[in-house]
Design a protein around this ligand. Structure first.
Ligand code: PLP
Length: 394
């Protein structure tokens, strides 16, 4: 009998902490317990380590260290960027442009601002999930103060043309923010060169610790402070800092951004192998997202006639972790807002996101494809939807 394996294919949700990062953090938790705001040696040592970590984050994205604010992750950075920038620049206008496929941390922040009287345009995307540049131009007006478009989408892996959008924003004196939580470590980003004014990143997507992230804010961009208190993070986000966690974040981002090419090459080869073997053994599947402008580790696949949640549950029984596009909130299974925005109504219910990480192997792929073949066949046999086509759409 074949042995049950554990295969983790949800690296876009979070990653396993790398052994090097883990080692550095354990060391820091043991030694760097001083409050980094204190003046005695133990405090100064912790502060030195924190500033080293800040330098690593800054270097990884081409920023200055004094433009980096540590946060608890991508969600906090997104909330802070959207609300903090909008409120601080309200005297200039009350219009914000974002896309229909942003992460809920952006979309919900925009909704909160709408209640405060801001006007938000949610720009549509094409069938590949690419934000429509022409619609951004159309939406822009004299009251536009902020454009926020993600660097890469978390569900379908499409990389957005943020260089062009940032150029457009800069030329019109509009602040440009990007949620680069999925992209950092996968796409080469230099905030200065790319004219990015603010950017959100997160540690746990790149083999770093959960509960860490950062917001880059270009010097000169007005943003309200996030938390009042003892003036940590240069007065912008008060609270005693979790220094060892940010030491881990610094290490993780340094490693990830130094090896982008090599890591992507590996991820592309695993993903290509997955899609090849899958398409040979499971018919009537379709790949979502852009065919080339995409994250190397993401494969969002729709299985005609098989429900996404059911596939997920049956794969879980086999030790395989994947995710669906939909968010399960308060017991309601909502179809993916990203796939719906791409015009994929049926697919919004029957899609699985496989996100590969550096720990995955071709052996993992063989195991997953064998199980998928069985699971999809079973679900299709009990589905009300009949498969007539026998065409593989990849
Ligand atoms: C694009 C994007 N933005 C924001 C977030 C939120 O990041 P965090 O989990 O660090 O709060 C995620 C995480 O899923 C994401 O994929």
């Amino acid at each position: 009998m074949e042995k049950r394996k554990t295969v983790y294919l949800d690296n876009a949700a979070t990653t396993q902490i790398s052994s090097e990062v883990y080692r550095d953090m354990i060391d820091a938790y043991g030694k760097l317990y001083g409050n980094n705001s204190s003046l005695y040696s133990l405090g100064r040592e912790a502060d030195y380590a924190l500033e080293q970590a800040r330098e690593k984050v800054a270097k990884a994205i081409g920023a200055n260290p004094n433009e980096i604010y540590f946060t608890s992750g991508g969600t906090e950075a997104d909330n802070w960027a959207i609300k903090g920038i909008a409120r601080a620049n309200r005297h200039k206008g009350n219009h914000i442009i974002t896309s229909a496929i942003e992460h809920p941390a952006i979309l919900e922040s925009c909704k909160a601002l709408e209640k405060e009287g801001f006007r938000v345009t949610y720009v549509p995307v094409d069938e590949f999930g690419v934000v429509k540049y022409a619609e951004i131009i159309k939406a822009m007006g004299p009251d536009t103060i902020l454009i926020s478009i993600m660097t890469a989408n978390n569900e379908v892996g499409t990389i957005e043309p943020i260089r062009a959008i940032a150029e457009l924003a800069r030329a019109n004196d509009v602040i440009f923010h990007t949620d680069a939580v999925q992209a950092i470590g996968a796409v080469d980003i230099n905030v200065k060169e790319m004219k990015i004014d603010a950017m959100s990143i997160s540690g746990h997507k790149l083999y770093g610790p959960k509960g860490t992230g950062a917001l880059y804010v270009r010097k000169g961009v007005k943003i309200d402070k996030l938390l009042d208190g003892g003036s940590q993070e240069r007065g912008m986000r008060s609270g005693t800092v979790n220094v060892p966690a940010f030491v881990g974040f610094g290490k993780a981002i340094e490693k990830a951004t130094e090896n982008i090419e090599e890591n992507n090459k590996y991820l592309r080869s695993v993903r290509r192998y997955f899609l090849k073997t899958l398409s040979e053994r499971v018919h009537n599947i379709a790949l979502n997202g852009h065919p080339t402008q995409r994250l190397a580790g993401n494969a969002s696949v729709s299985f005609e006639g098989a429900e996404g949640e059911a596939i997920l549950m049956l794969l879980d029984k086999e030790g395989i972790s994947v995710s669906t596009g939909s968010a399960c909130a308060a017991g309601n299974l909502e179809p993916s807002h990203v796939l719906l925005a791409m015009g994929k109504t049926e697919e919004a219910q029957n899609t699985i996101r496989f996100s590969f990480g550096l720990n995955n192997t071709k052996e993992d792929v063989d195991y997953v494809v064998a199980k998928l073949q069985k699971v999809v066949k079973k679900l299709r046999s009990i589905s009300a939807i009949r498969i007539y086509k026998n065409k593989v759409e990849l």
